[in-house]
Write a protein that binds this ligand. Sequence first.
Ligand SMILES: [Zn+2]
Length: 401
Amino acid sequence: MAVGLCAVLSGAPAYGEQGKAQSEFPVATDMRLEQQGETVKLTMALSAVVAVEAWVQAAPDRVIVELPSTNFQIQPGARRNAGFISAYRYGLFTTDKARIIIDLSQPATVVKAEARALRGGLGELVIELRKTSRTEFLAEAAKAKKTTTAAIVPMPPKPPGETRRTVVIDPGHGGIDPGTVVASIAEKSVVLDFGLALKQELEASGRYRVILTRDDDRFVPLADRVKIGQDEKADLFISIHADSLTQAKDVRGATVYTRSDRATDAEAAKLAAKENQADAVAGLETSEELQDVAGILIDLARRETRTFSGVFARNLVDKMGASVRMHKIPLRSARFWVLSAPDVPSVLIELGYMSSPKDAELLTSGEWRGKAVGAVGAAVDEYFARERASVGQAAENRHAQ
Ligand SMILES: [Zn+2]
């Protein structure tokens, strides 16, 4: 049987470890950071005692803390850095694991990583780090645990007799990887809301079978997203993101990207490089984009797929342009890993710039989302209508001969 990774059953509630809903995971609250001389201690209150593992990783230098799936309810005012800890983030990593990733500004080693049992079945997570030399840090990192990739979950097979077109919607980032964060808005939530709304829009027509690569706040590696599109034999793959530019707060609007080996411009290249870093953000050490498979048939398939991706991208620019604000160069391309399936027409939509206060307001508004989702739905309809028309034309031509 074909297996996919982290696949999410369409329409089913989000389940993690052993069928548990996210709301049933142990809860982590009350995050504290304390520095004492060469030591920094990170603690969190836990609703249960859980198994904890921690190890260091070099380039970028950080500490990875792994625990079972956890529902992080960290207070908004929690301290964000202390001593050699420059930042940290937390969230779901695989179907049964969560991570806390601690960024280091100087080499440090893990002195303690445990969940202490408290009264009443409660626990306290204690991570104690101490400053160390570069040499020692690198030696630690070299012998540290190498991460497994995401847990394998069987894919829902395409039901026999299914004739509807399959559209895979891929909300970017998730879980331990928040994507761009501006003020208190995380890209991962903006694009999930959009993905869920788009699924509803497409399903309402009754014409499409719609699969989401994630339908809750979890991390999905890039390779798995591509694989879900291929395993599901998707007729279209739509990745959803929301960009940001630190320098220019006045740059606004949505952009549609397709894959190309050479980027249309420097900004597109930079953006693709950033989005391709998603696995590294989650501390996935082993992931690498598969080398493009060579071969005449694959080349033909890829060329055809790129043509279809281009047609759909132009439909998107037309339809979206009629109802929401677009970037001044709305159609661009770059080497996005998530668009690499040679057999699945794929596009990536950057909904807007979270760095623009005006765009950020729109991206979180239900009214804007409704308009944008409607436009994407119309582009999908047009794409398949044209395809049917050209198939019909071909049949007529054959008939005439
Ligand atoms: Zn993104």
